[in-house]
Design a protein around this ligand. Structure first.
Ligand code: ADP
Ligand code: MG
Length: 351
């Protein structure tokens, strides 16, 4: 399909009934008259809204990159039911019967054929970490230490829950971590390379994303996907992403896939960026230095810090943070004064 069938549907103006949901494509804000589409590596992604206002995403793999349908179907079933995994556990693998005709609804052969093998998934709120990191570099978004630790905790929990279920995402990276930066809530997407003890490795699966691949998955300079088809395969990328959450700021440089590290430095285990990050960690989160070093110098996923190691670090770092002062705890009427100022401001806002 992809683009042509979606463009024709968008131009028609009517919603389409797909897997029982009445859906409309969102318009591209900067290109009126065209649907909002994203294409990264292996798929075209369209953003949709249902008539009950729920938000959806349609992922259509490009020719030659379609994963095995039985494998895709199984992935949704083996993952635990965590809100952070909604895009996988509640996704629908579409077939040629997914598009149904109905009064007032759009239907075409091109769209029907194109939907086969596509995934209809709930839209995970927020932006991916790569684009959020750009906003942080530009100074448009600021994160304090408690938010940084909150993100580390949530990603660590997601990996921990997957490990306990015998699964690994296998492509944790800036583009596949979504963050709602109003609530600082983290979710994962792109569950199309998942490892599970019960699944056979599908053809064409990749080893991960540049900037997040462990050095020991490389063989002769090329990433070998078989080397990350194993339990605990997320531990290296977990360390890289957690360090990015802890340190990303206005002075951070930008590597190839939007993260902190050029893949070549990760592969060879040394380079300027690695040294700079170690120095920054020493100053800002000294108890995370050994976690970073064990990941960088690991020879296997089991050498990388475990989810328990990261949880202990977060607990310790949380305790080391200064406690916020509560208004109630202030003496001599200071609390009352602040409370009345806040109340006045809020009333002005409402009026
Ligand atoms: N469920 C989802 N919710 C919100 N955005 C999504 C979702 N799935 C994909 N996207 C957006 O589309 C981009 C590409 O999707 P992804 O599944 O990662 O494709 P690829 O396999 O090509 O990397 C993501 O980085 C994200 O911005
Ligand atoms: Mg992706």
């Amino acid at each position: 399909m992809a683009r042509n069938a979606l463009q024709e549907w968008f131009s028609d103006g009517r919603p389409a009934t797909i897997a029982g949901h009445i859906l409309r494509l969102h318009e591209h804000a900067a290109l009126p008259g065209t649907p909002l589409l994203v294409q990264r590596g292996q798929a075209v992604v369209a953003f949709l809204q249902a008539d009950d206002q729920t938000e959806w995403v349609l992922k259509k793999f490009v020719p030659g990159r379609q994963p095995d349908l039985t494998y895709l179907q199984s992935v949704s079933k083996v993952l635990p039911n965590l809100p952070a995994f909604r895009s996988a556990t509640q996704r629908i693998l579409l077939d040629e019967h997914a598009l149904t005709s109905g009064s007032g609804c759009y239907c075409s052969r091109a769209l029907r054929d194109g939907l086969r093998g596509a995934l209809l998934q709930p839209r995970q709120p927020g932006n991916n970490w790569t684009s959020l990191a750009d906003e942080i570099r530009d100074g448009k978004i600021r994160m304090d230490a408690s938010v940084r630790l909150r993100l580390c905790r949530q990603l660590t929990e997601a990996v921990d829950v997957m490990e306990a279920a015998g699964a690994a995402h296998r492509d944790l990276s800036g583009g596949n971590v979504l963050i709602d930066w109003l609530l600082w809530q983290l979710g994962l997407i792109d569950f199309d390379s998942v490892y599970h003890t019960s699944l056979a490795m599908p053809d064409g699966t990749t080893a991960g994303t540049e900037g997040y691949c462990a050095p020991f998955v490389f063989s002769g300079g090329v990433a070998d996907s078989r080397r990350s088809w194993c339990p605990c395969a997320d531990r290296y990328a977990l360390a890289i992403l957690n360090v990015e959450f802890l340190l990303m700021d206005g002075s951070s440089s930008c590597a190839e896939d939007g993260g902190l590290f050029p893949q070549e430095q990760l592969r060879t285990r040394h380079g300027l960026r690695i040294d700079e990050v170690r120095g920054q960690l020493k100053r800002q989160f000294p108890s995370a230095v050994w976690l970073f070093d064990s990941a960088i110098h690991a020879s296997a996923f089991l050498d990388c810090p475990s989810t328990g190691d990261w949880t202990r670090f977060c607990n310790q770092a949380d305790q080391a943070m200064p406690c916020p002062i509560s208004i109630g705890g202030m003496g001599d009427g200071v609390g009352d004064q602040i409370r009345s100022i806040l109340l006045r401001r809020r009333l002005v806002g409402i009026g």
